[in-house]
Ligand binder design. Structure first.
Ligand SMILES: Cc1cc2nc3c(=O)[nH]c(=O)nc-3n(C[C@H](O)[C@H](O)[C@H](O)COP(=O)(O)O)c2cc1C
Length: 345
């Protein structure tokens, strides 16, 4: 849906507006696609949805850029109706721009607004946005409450355990967020200083779940890369849902796999033909939604995932990286498929 045509959708959305609890209760155990900048664009989200992701969140959008009407940021508000339920994620550090950006995001009529209080990247943190807020909880409470007060849609937040190993206030943070009307919290089980290193520590997420005052849904995030792990962590930590990020890059089948494991059905590994088909769908979708040049560039980070552990992919990857149009990529992949089939027969 284009933001320009938001009004009828906004009206219908107000009528259908659901709490975040109602949104997540539509699935027995919802699996979220994590917001990932330059990865979870419309094309990739649609593919993940088709592959079983229950709830989607947009890549983060700068509130400062949104209020300045920067077209690249405004474009990120676009989503398809089939993507619902979907959240739009914003980040910022300043009260007025966060409020205005949340209202702009609301006018695109997603199902909820998510505030990013977890990004560890220097250019975000240096301005006091993202995970920097974990060093100033009263400010986090204040800014979040202002957003909650100024929009009608449910507001959720996504954050980390804390700033560093000496500061992990997540149990208090979730309580305080709940008290000001935040309807859900996603916790990435790392501190800011860890970035993506080491392993995610879910024990503190488990402590949040043990808090007798907790009423809002909590989504666990960090290092979920298989169906068995998703089930194990669901049972061990008692979270209301799980969010998957990096393991979905080039591997959107992961959502289906988790679902199948949960239903006790052993999932099947995708064949080379299925991988090629989905990879090409992704590439062509991106070219349509952005443009061919950007698609060829951005797909580079997905190829390794699509063809992980497939023999003889290395030379194919080099050819894909050098390809200057999508037709060439298609020829490369189809040729590889037929050569592989010949070797097998
Ligand atoms: C390339 C990339 C971009 C990301 N962009 C965002 C973002 O825009 N917003 C956000 O909240 N988290 C972002 N993250 C963090 C992920 O949402 C997630 O919390 C993190 O990757 C841990 O989950 P995982 O182990 O399942 O990947 C990003 C992560 C990666 C790898």
């Amino acid at each position: 849906m284009s933001v320009k045509n938001y009004f009828p959708y906004f009206c219908s959305q107000i009528i259908k507006m659901q709490t975040f609890r109602q949104i997540i209760d539509r699935d027995p155990f919802p699996i979220f696609l994590a917001p990932m900048e330059s990865v979870t664009d419309l094309t990739f989200r649609m593919i993940c949805k088709k592959m079983g992701a229950d709830i989607l969140v947009s890549e983060f959008i700068s509130s400062d850029a949104l209020i300045r009407n920067v077209s690249q940021s405004v474009d990120k508000l676009n989503f398809n109706e089939e993507e619902r339920p979907i959240g739009i994620q914003i980040f910022g550090h300043n009260e007025s721009s966060l409020i205005e950006a949340a209202q702009i995001a609301e006018s695109a009529a997603p199902d909820f607004i998510d505030i990013n209080w977890g990004c560890p990247v220097k250019k975000v943190v240096s301005k006091g946005a993202g995970s920097a807020i974990l060093k100033d909880i009263p400010k986090m409470v204040y800014l979040t409450e202002e957003v909650v007060k100024h929009v009608k849609l449910p507001v959720t937040i996504k954050t980390r355990l804390g700033w560093d190993h000496t500061n992990k206030p997540i149990v208090e943070v979730v309580e305080r967020m709940q008290d000001i009307g935040v309807q859900g919290v996603t916790i990435h089980g790392r501190t800011r200083s860890q970035f993506y290193s080491g392993t995610a520590d879910w024990s503190l997420i488990g402590e949040v779940m043990q808090n007798p005052r907790l009423q809002i849904p909590v989504i666990g995030n960090g290092d979920i890369d298989s169906g068995p792990k998703a089930i194990e962590y669901k049972q061990r930590y008692g979270v209301d849902g799980i969010m998957i990020g990096r393991a979905a890059i080039g591997n959107p089948w992961i959502f289906n796999h988790v679902k199948k494991y949960m239903g006790g059905i052993p999932p099947q590994t995708p064949t080379l033909a299925e991988r090629i088909e989905l990879c090409l769908e992704h590439l062509k979708g991106m070219a349509q939604n952005k443009n061919e040049k950007v698609a060829l560039l951005e797909m580079r980070r997905h190829y390794a995932g699509y063809f992980r552990a497939i023999p003889f992919f290395k030379p194919v990857k080099l050819q894909l990286m050098a390809a200057e149009d999508i037709a060439t990529c298609e020829t490369i992949l189809k040729k590889w498929e037929s050569q592989t089939n010949k070797k097998r027969s």
